[in-house]
Design a protein around this ligand. Structure first.
Ligand code: FE2
Length: 195
């Protein structure tokens, strides 16, 4: 599963279609990348490939977010032009299954890597919101505290717990997944404005 571009080139691609001033969006890209990488390590899968999926999954967000039904309509051509193959592109698009965008509402994820991407990119929001609640502190965040927030549906209500739960489809428990997410995001805490 070779990748056609380097991480540096992927960051440049993100900057081309997303405004670097939209810090929250870039934080989300980096968080998705690092959780996917950590998850791949746990699964014994290709860490660079998983990381690239996380990093680029919302590549067209900056040019579609004013009309979210257009999200993922531009990503395929952007990624194809950058040299990514159909398989990579279809995995990226699968994180929009179930949402009212790009005609994906009634599609269902099926493969391990699709579940991994959707669950990982969704988990970023829960961990970030919890860190903010804790005064931006993630360095001493523990799984049990996050688990309580996971169960409290009123906390970060926009964060879809059902998608995070899709991780169970690939043999990872919620507890293990929350731990993976925290450990991963701790590694880039300074880059994403946390402590
Ligand atoms: Fe995302």
């Amino acid at each position: 599963m070779g990748l056609p571009i380097s991480r540096e080139q992927a960051i440049e691609l993100l900057k081309k279609y997303n405004s670097p001033e939209d810090k929250a969006d870039f934080n989300h890209f980096l968080e998705s990348e690092v959780i996917m990488k950590e998850l791949a390590k746990k699964l014994g899968e290709d860490e660079e490939y998983y990381a690239m999926l996380g990093l680029l999954h919302d590549i067209d967000w900056g040019i579609t977010k004013e009309d979210t039904t257009k999200h993922l309509t531009k990503a395929p051509e952007i990624l194809k032009e950058a040299g990514f193959d159909e398989n990579f592109i279809s995995i990226i698009v699968s994180h929009g299954y179930g949402f009212d965008c790009a005609g994906l509402k009634n599609k269902k994820r099926e493969t391990k890597i699709e579940f991994a991407l959707a669950a990982s990119e969704t988990l970023t929001g829960l961990i970030y919101a919890y860190a903010i609640m804790r005064g931006k502190k993630i360095s001493d965040m523990e799984t049990q505290g996050l688990k309580k927030k996971f169960k409290d549906k009123s906390f970060a209500a926009g964060c879809n717990r059902e998608i995070i739960k899709e991780i169970e489809n690939i043999g990872i428990t919620i507890d293990d997944f929350l731990k993976i997410g925290i450990e991963a995001m701790k590694k880039i805490k300074n880059e994403i404005g946390l402590e």
